[in-house]
Ligand binder design. Sequence first.
Ligand code: PMP
Length: 428
Amino acid sequence: MTSRNQQLFEQSQKLIPGGVNSPVRAFRSVGGTPVFFKRGAGAWLWDEDDKAYVDYVGSWGPMVLGHAHPEVIEAVRTAAGDSLSFGAPTARELDMAELVSKLVPSMEQLRLVSSGTEATMSAIRLARGFTGRSKIVKFEGCYHGHADALLVKAGSGLLTFGTPSSAGVPPEVAAHTLTLEYNNIAAVEQLFAEIGNEIACVIVEPVAGNMNLIAPAAGFLEALRAQCTQHGAVLIFDEVMTGFRVALGGAQARYGITPDLTTLGKVIGGGLPVGAFGGRRDIMQCLAPVGPVYQAGTLSGNPVAVAAGMATLKLIQAPGFHAALEASTQRFVQGLANAAKAHDIEFSAQSVGGMFGLYFSAEVPQSYADVMQSDKEAFNRFFHAMLDEGVYLAPSAFEAGFVSAAHGDKEIDLSIAAAEKIFASWKK
Ligand code: PMP
């Protein structure tokens, strides 16, 4: 019997390229039919065939409170009743700017946009406008959205398809993007020694989450800060994924490094489209209408999206919120690692705050090259077996996973038990 999931996927492929509106959703990396979801509540999702899953994707990060949190939904209803959009300033945007700037103090000024891609694209333009320089530095396997200049040796869906750079990006554009190995301090120092005065900015995921999860090595973020300061380049922390998730103040609070600009997305909208970029006042003052760097958006600061984000940001400020999130994420990865060890499976795992990485390799990876060494086939088998057991992991070995505050002992124990059963069945 064909399931409704399968029917929907077949139909979708006729009208939507690959049947999806964002590539990784197509399950190309892991094979099989993508799951079409119709409902979520807390840590749980239900697909079109009414099968239930514990969700470890969380819409790729935004759902830090779990799905359909009543207070978030109520805030959205209230805001929607007052009109869906004005295209004019609102008090709600000011509230959000005040709160974000309080939680992430390096963001002295900020501007709201509607996606992470817009935030990073705008931050890059701003850094170039501010410095009058063209070259930008990024790291192999980091993904910063799909703006042309950033689709060079990028992570996420591009790794899934084995094409870290996209067609359609003119070589002249890509030529201004220099890519270095993540966590390689010597390479950063060497590049700056050679052409430091040509570099507009360094953009980095302070915890990389788009080539599975790679934590920053000791001294790496410090070295970026020091080199950018010394050579007058702008340091951009892309905290679209890590913001409000690895700590209330993001990775910059967790590691104690102050970037010049920060980009935010995902959690800041609580599941609706909000992004933000901001930082040093002197840099932000280069933006139109006060400065010469143009940036705009019809739906920027959208009142309904901002209401969802504000409700989310209010709830995650509860005392102990991030400590509890970190503890459950750790319990989950530790449980999986123990299960693998008990059955002699080559596997490792780590977490940073509410995000995690699972690797079918003996050691936790440090770079893109390390991640590429992990056993992708084992991951794909594991992914499908977990899916059958009702545990929804990211459908690619190159994505970080996410836990929400709604994941209680019950959900985590059930997920560990599923992994235990799978690993036991793998034993020769
Ligand atoms: N930066 C990072 C670090 C991301 O993880 C993502 C999305 N996964 C983006 C930027 C792009 O955000 P969006 O998909 O909202 O455009």
